[in-house]
Design a protein around this ligand. Structure first.
Ligand code: ASP
Length: 340
């Protein structure tokens, strides 16, 4: 079988950082990174790399950065069997979710990975993460890549990107996929759970690079006042709000809060409901405290992570969907991001 061609895209993050004289971690040059894994030169895949001119800490990731990544992938799409993106872990779940929506009909893997400790440190988790991510990206069956979606690989597990969130700033296994099982486990053997993978029926990549930034997230808390919600709703040009509610999608019944949300919906601002709970989903109508939300037209985000909900809204609003079509698409699983 022909060796896989893999493109590593280095964007920055702890994996490639070194300590400055003042002790602060700063991004450094990609060539240095490869020096720490000489093994890659003899890897049973053809590996090429692309490095961002100015590597970033992923806290600086934004929609323009995602567009840049999409362009690099689409320009190189035909020449590679898979892509590994080295990325800071802080916003990796946002980037993975955004790329899931921006890259439609993927037939090749796009695997994001990084590390909690810089590659230059003896105990780094980066070396194993990069090597396993490349191995997973290079896997083929009948000459075709086995994985064909955007994923995150971290500490022995491969996850669907738009199902993940970073839950630990300490542990090597920094990510979880609370509402969808992992796609592969890496131990002595690599086990890919093929029945959990996404597959596109179409083999031409479509890229979407218009993302709407006119979005806000409101996290509910006991004591939240309608004036807080009003202040956000009155942001000029706002197109969508994600509300992070309690439990299975419950919010205070305070009539002023409900009136504020209704005012937003009446003014064509889409309101999407996701839960603050890590596990489980929104079920509007289960309790009285969510029935009103349903009645005024709040859309249920099911079990979407904040990262998936935000980037899905950016993507759909960027495509200029509105009204019932937008509501319908938000409730459907487009890239495996929710359980319908
Ligand atoms: N601050 C870093 C980043 O996200 C953390 C990491 O890479 O793990 O870029």
């Amino acid at each position: 079988m022909a060796q896989s061609n893999i493109l590593i895209i280095y964007t920055g993050g702890t994996i490639g950082m070194i300590k400055s004289e003042s002790g602060v971690l700063l991004p450094f040059n990609f060539e240095n990174l490869l020096n720490y894994i000489p093994l890659l030169k003899n890897f049973p895949a053809n590996i090429h790399s692309y490095s961002f001119d100015t590597p970033i800490d992923s806290s600086d990731a934004n929609p323009d950065f995602w567009v840049k990544l999409v362009k690099i992938i689409s320009e190189n799409y035909d020449n590679y069997d898979g892509f590994v993106i080295l990325h800071g872990s802080d916003t990796m779940a946002f980037t993975a979710s955004a790329l899931s929506f921006m890259l439609e009909n993927l037939t090749k893997p796009v695997i994001l990975t990084g590390s909690q400790l810089p590659i230059g440190l003896l105990r780094t988790d980066g070396r194993e993460n990069i090597i396993a991510a490349i191995e997973l990206a290079a896997l083929k069956k009948n000459e075709k890549p086995i994985i064909s979606e955007v994923c995150i690989y971290f500490e022995n597990s491969l996850y669907r990107g738009c199902r993940t969130n970073k839950y630990s700033a300490e542990n090597f296994d920094a990510f979880i996929s609370p509402n969808y099982p992992k796609l592969a486990s890496v131990g002595i053997d690599i086990t890919v759970y093929e029945d959990r993978l996404m597959h596109s029926n179409l083999d031409f990549l479509i890229t979407h690079t218009e993302l709407c930034k006119e979005i806000a997230i409101i996290k509910f808390f006991p004591g939240i006042q309608s004036k807080t919600i009003d202040a956000i709703i009155n942001i000029p040009n706002l197109k969508g709000i994600i509300i992070e509610t309690y439990g299975s999608g419950n919010a205070p019944t305070d009539p002023e809060i409900i009136a504020s949300l209704k005012h937003a919906i009446d003014n064509n601002i889409i309101v999407l409901n996701i839960t603050q709970c890590t596990v489980g989903k929104v079920n509007q109508g289960k309790y009285l405290t969510s029935t009103q939300l349903k009645e005024i037209g709040v859309i249920s985000g099911s079990d979407m992570t904040t990262e998936a909900a935000l980037t899905k809204l950016m993507y759909l609003l960027g495509k200029k969907f509105s009204g019932s079509e937008l509501s319908k698409l938000l409730s459907l699983s487009l890239r495996g991001e929710l359980t319908p």
